[in-house]
Design a protein around this ligand. Structure first.
Ligand code: NDP
Length: 334
């Protein structure tokens, strides 16, 4: 049975007299810190001296070194990039946490794949927004909130769950709903969306673009038809609102007849797609991907740059640049 927590399940009182250190003041850190403060929670920021350090001060927070913020806090929310987190944890966090402190991660990655091993006397929990940082703030201000995956990984103090749910409420997430989940499941689902679903979806789009341009249709018209008009984005929003099957009712009868009668032809693709996705999922769940990514860290910057440079040379990149410039969509260079 899936457990989903809402506002009524959480009591902000669990954070009475507690200080929350938000470590990192980027996408998630800034939004979560502002939401916590607006909910009446005492917040300090732990940051290296950089641009976000100045932003946190400008926003009126007390900004300390990461080590000092951890020493001051009862709850530490680690909101720095996952790939730098193990080194920062070892150097600045681990030795500065009092027994019974609650350590909160916004992604299960480092715990799930054993890259960070917190001491046994700490509480460890997951509060993973299913929302980009700016949305975390905007939905809080609007009053709708945003969903999250939450879970207690280790409860040394006996208060981990109460404090986690209080935090989830204070950042505005129990308003929308928090699904209970393990670190490993959260990290696996997240990586699968990035590595299994996203690329498969992207490949289908590219295949359609290549086919249609190859058949002589102007790239601008093809890209407009497929997604630049915003119709696809609008349909995806409707899928969220009413469901994948029901949203079909919003399309013309010709569209409904055509997609339903032709849809079955693509069933033959199911087997190879699922097999490829299953391989990707297994690499994620076994930790093989996490190990590969850790080992690739040293050359990661130049590897990603090379891939980006190669990507920019394929005809699709030029078609997209031309079409977006012609249709005056966004930044023409982007
Ligand atoms: P950001 O890339 O926005 O960076 C967060 C902060 O970390 C910034 O203040 C940055 O400073 C600082 N930072 C970067 N490198 C270091 C370092 N070596 N030592 C100390 N501080 C450093 O991170 P996100 O907010 O995107 O991600 C934070 C966590 O939230 C991650 O666990 C991520 O998986 C999770 N998450 C992110 C989501 C998102 O939408 N981005 C959604 C859900 C979860 P500066 O900018 O000055 O370099």
């Amino acid at each position: 049975m899936t457990t989903i927590y809402h506002d009524a399940d959480a009591d902000l009182g669990a954070l009475n007299d507690q200080t929350v250190a938000v470590v990192g003041y980027g996408n998630q850190g800034r939004s979560q810190a502002l939401n916590l403060r607006d909910s009446g929670v005492r917040v300090v920021i732990g940051s290296i001296r950089d641009a976000s350090h100045d932003q946190a001060q400008a926003d009126g927070f007390e900004v300390l070194s990461i080590a000092d913020a951890c020493r001051r806090a009862d709850v530490v929310m680690l909101l720095i990039p996952d790939e730098v987190m193990p080194a920062v944890y070892d150097e600045h966090v681990a030795t500065n946490l009092a027994a019974g402190s609650l350590l909160v991660f916004a992604s299960g990655y480092n715990i799930a794949f054993d890259l960070i091993r917190p001491a046994e006397d700490l509480d460890v929990a997951l509060l993973a927004p299913r929302m980009i940082g700016i949305g975390v703030r905007d939905t809080y201000v609007e009053g709708t909130g945003f969903p999250s995956f939450v879970g207690v990984h280790h409860d040394a103090s006996g208060t981990a769950k109460d404090r986690l749910l209080a935090l989830a409420k204070a950042v505005g997430s129990t308003r929308a709903g928090c699904i209970e989940m393990s670190m490993h499941d959260e990290a696996s689902l997240d990586l699968f969306t990035e590595q299994g679903f996203g690329p498969a979806f992207g490949r289908v789009m590219m295949a359609a673009v290549e086919l249609l341009v190859g058949a002589g249709y102007p790239p601008e018209a093809v890209l407009l038809e497929l997604y630049l008009s915003g119709e696809l984005a609008y349909s995806l929003e409707k899928i969220r609102e009413v469901g994948m099957l029901k949203q079909m009712d919003f399309h013309s009868r010709t569209s409904q007849y055509g997609s339903m009668t032709r849809g079955a032809r693509f069933l033959a693709l199911d087997a190879p797609i699922k097999e490829t996705m299953a391989d990707v999922l297994e690499e994620i769940r076994s930790g093989a991907f996490a190990q590969e990514w850790s080992e690739a860290q040293e050359g990661a910057g130049s590897l990603l740059e090379n891939i980006r440079a190669a990507r920019d040379k394929i005809p699709f990149a030029q078609w997209e640049r031309d079409a977006r410039a012609a249709l005056r969509i966004g930044d023409a260079d982007g």
